[in-house]
Design a protein around this ligand. Structure first.
Ligand code: 5GP
Ligand code: MG
Length: 186
């Protein structure tokens, strides 16, 4: 397990660390074993990972190395914007996957499940491509924030309602390279 060193120059901006890199890696090792066993029970020996970029790049890079099975890797980009004067966010497909997933077993990997709008859009797009199965794995789940009924099949950590950065998650495009996950100072 590669545990990354502290990053004092960046961590100084944090009010608190929610998850250390060591806690994340320990959990990913468990998740990797759980997911490998899940597919093995179903006699599936190759899955297609759909990484929702950019936020889940770090998560996917680490998690996939805990899978003892073959994977194909693709990515999808979803952009969200505020529509008109309403507070509702409307996710748009900004870049689709390029692999053919017809009759393939797909595992969607995202950094965080918040209101649920983003993953609902992802599942809608993938569902139209006739895959054999689609499962969802998220590193973080803010259950109390859900606006649409969607849940992940595999969850790394349930976290309270706070805006978090690090381990792929950004604020204004920064902090993605932070090895831990934390809450910014105001
Ligand atoms: P949802 O559509 O479920 O509300 O939002 C999911 C997306 O919103 C995530 O993929 C992520 O890009 C962003 N997001 C939600 N909560 C947070 C957070 O606490 N921190 C960061 N950096 N992004 C978040
Ligand atoms: Mg995202």
């Amino acid at each position: 397990m590669a545990i990354f060193p502290k990053q004092p120059t960046i961590e100084v901006d944090l009010e608190r660390i929610l998850l250390t890199n060591e806690q994340i890696q320990t959990r990913l090792k468990e998740l990797g074993a759980t997911i490998t066993a899940y597919y093995r029970q179903r006699d599936v020996n190759t899955i297609t990972l759909v990484c929702i970029t950019n936020g889940s790049i770090v998560f996917v890079a680490d998690l996939m190395r805990y899978f003892d099975m073959h994977v194909r890797l693709d990515s999808m980009r979803i952009s969200s914007y505020l529509e008109g004067t309403s507070a509702s966010r409307k996710p748009q497909l900004a870049a689709d996957i390029s692999l053919d997933i017809r009759n393939e077993h797909v595992l969607v990997l995202d950094d965080i499940l918040d209101t649920g709008h983003t993953l609902t859009k992802v599942l809608d797009v993938l569902g139209g491509k006739a895959p054999a199965s689609v499962e969802v794995c998220v590193l973080l789940d803010k259950k109390e924030r859900r606006e649409v009924p969607i849940q992940a099949n595999f969850v790394g950590f349930e976290i309270p309602n706070a805006f978090v950065v690090g381990y792929g998650l950004d604020f204004d495009q920064k902090y993605r390279n932070l090895a831990c996950i934390g809450v910014l100072k105001h």
